[in-house]
Design a protein around this ligand. Structure first.
Ligand SMILES: Cc1ncc(COP(=O)(O)O)c(C=O)c1O
Length: 495
């Protein structure tokens, strides 16, 4: 743990030595600092607290004498490893005790608590996580070269990249994205309509805040992406669940059941989670509905670059001409999800409100990372990366299909997705997909059940299997573990 927060509010006092001693001792006793945790050096700590080094040295000597800390020559000062079996929380001083407060949180906090749960992703990456690109194959050497090049580029002024940029984003990146989208996705836009955000999730959140008032209804694909549903719920919107079939969202159902809706959130190029592509007639019908109703459409185009079947489909935004579609794209799948860079393309008429909202939500995205992505695009690496990843994903997807066919032919029917980094696998009708998913988790696999992604329309049991990040060995061993689980459920189901 970083001990600096322990010293927050640490001012000048006549008994500074004692206070430094108390804070560290109590943090150790409370388990906030654990055996083996490194402490800052006396010099660093004195400097950051703005007190004399002798004061800190006295406190450290006292702590060492009492066995709280130990100095390992050449490597620093640590919380004593001998305490490993002894520390347990004791009565804490007011400085360390968690603050209990009578002040209440806004009701919004409760909404966040329920919706955010569906978006948490465990740290450890295991088979068959969905939405995860091949981070093992990302060109990190090239990435490092681009960062170094930018920081030492006098023409750009490496230091200038350490400052801020226009809240809508680094201008050269916005231009590169606009060019890319016009050519590759048939989006109709200019660079000033592109707004850089911290991930598609932030883009969805901002769009919901600006397009709807609390209590307004939005059509959501059912099953659908928990991230957009979470953004809608957090924003106080009412969810109008609309079923999805092979052609995409069922517009007639939406009109009949939720006629009051003012927004539709869709993934037309690659429906999440079913992986289907919205047909042209549905796209036209959706645009027609939005025009007649004066409603908005959010087009979540999160991973359409990786297509395996059929011709690449152009964006809905391009069909509409960009008047009522807010287009959301992300670098999370194209590059890597930890980058947290994505973009909105918004109608010209609402650029300013969106930029205003972006300023409030964190001012801007990191400048240096934006500049690196711009270089990656303008030097032609993105095109090559996409082509390379498409070949890799085609291979991994094929390996998954084969492994499932060889081991689970009667237990899993894979419906290969048209695009994306995962695929849907249907189970026999008498299986409980949530129970399978729980057993899979016990076996070290991460396999979301389809029933957890539905809102109100039930579908047959199915699993979602991600393949983007898995090596051949991981696919095979994961499939073997899943096969064993499904066999045990077969006997359960028919009992
Ligand atoms: C359908 C869909 N939309 C949006 C996102 C969010 O992407 P980001 O990582 O940019 O927030 C995801 C992420 O997995 C997704 O599956």
């Amino acid at each position: 743990m970083d001990p600096s927060p322990l010293f927050k509010g640490f001012g000048q006092s006549t008994r500074l030595q004692q206070r430094v001693y108390d804070r560290i001792a109590q943090a150790v006793l409370a388990g906030q600092l654990k055996p083996g945790d490194r402490l800052p050096s006396t010099r660093e700590l004195a400097r950051s607290l703005g007190i004399g080094r002798n004061t800190v040295t006295w406190a450290f000597e006292q702590l060492a004498a009492e066995g709280f800390i130990e100095t390992r020559h050449g490597s620093g000062t640590f919380v004593s490893s001998e305490l490993r079996n002894h520390t347990r929380p004791r009565k804490l001083s007011p400085a360390v005790r968690p603050v209990k407060t009578a002040a209440r949180l806004a009701r919004r906090a409760e909404r966040y608590a329920t919706v955010a749960q569906s978006l948490r992703v465990p740290q450890k990456l295991v088979p068959f996580r969905i939405n995860m690109p091949a981070i093992d194959a990302f060109p990190t050497v090239l990435w490092r070269r681009l960062i170094n090049g930018l920081l030492s580029d006098d023409a750009i002024g490496g230091h200038a990249l350490l400052g801020g940029v226009e809240p809508a984003g680094y201008a050269p990146l916005r231009q590169a994205i606009a060019r890319y989208l016009i050519i590759n996705r048939g989006v109709q836009c200019s660079a000033d309509q592109v707004i850089i955000v911290a991930g598609a999730q932030q883009g969805l959140d901002l769009a919901v805040r600006l397009l709807l008032d609390p209590g307004d209804t939005a059509w959501c694909e059912d099953p659908g992406f928990p991230g957009s549903i979470a953004a809608l719920r957090a924003g106080g919107a009412r969810i109008g669940a609309v079923p999805v079939d092979r052609d995409g969202i069922d517009i007639e159902f939406g009109k009949a059941r939720h006629p009051e809706a003012r927004l539709a959130v869709v993934c037309p190029s690659s429906q999440f989670p079913l992986g289907s592509t919205m047909s042209l007639s549905r796209r036209l019908a959706l645009i027609d509905w939005a025009r007649r109703r004066d409603a908005w459409i959010i087009e979540d185009d999160y991973d359409s670059e990786f297509r395996y079947r059929g011709r690449p489909v152009h964006s809905l935004q391009g069909l509409d001409g960009g008047s009522r579609v807010v287009y959301v794209g992300t670098f999370s799948k194209l590059l890597f999800p930890g980058l947290r860079l994505a973009y909105l393309v918004v109608p010209k008429s609402v650029v300013e409100p969106f930029v205003n909202a972006r300023i409030v939500a964190g001012r801007q995205s990191p400048t240096l990372e934006q500049a690196v992505v711009e270089r990656f695009m303008s030097e032609g690496h993105l095109g090559r990366h996409i082509a390379r990843m498409r070949r890799l994903y085609t291979k991994r997807r094929q390996l998954l299909l084969e492994a499932c066919r060889d081991r689970m032919k009667d237990l899993l029917h894979i419906q290969p997705s048209d695009a994306g980094l995962q695929t849907i696998a249907w189970l026999p009708n008498d299986f409980d997909d949530q129970a399978v998913s729980r057993d899979a988790a016990d076996a070290g696999l991460e396999i979301p059940p389809l029933s957890r992604l539905t809102i109100e329309h039930r579908l047959p049991p199915a699993l979602l299997l991600g393949f983007g990040h898995l090596t051949e060995t991981q696919i095979r061993s994961g499939a073997a573990r899943l096969a064993a689980i499904l066999k045990s459920h077969r006997h359960r189901g028919r009992r």
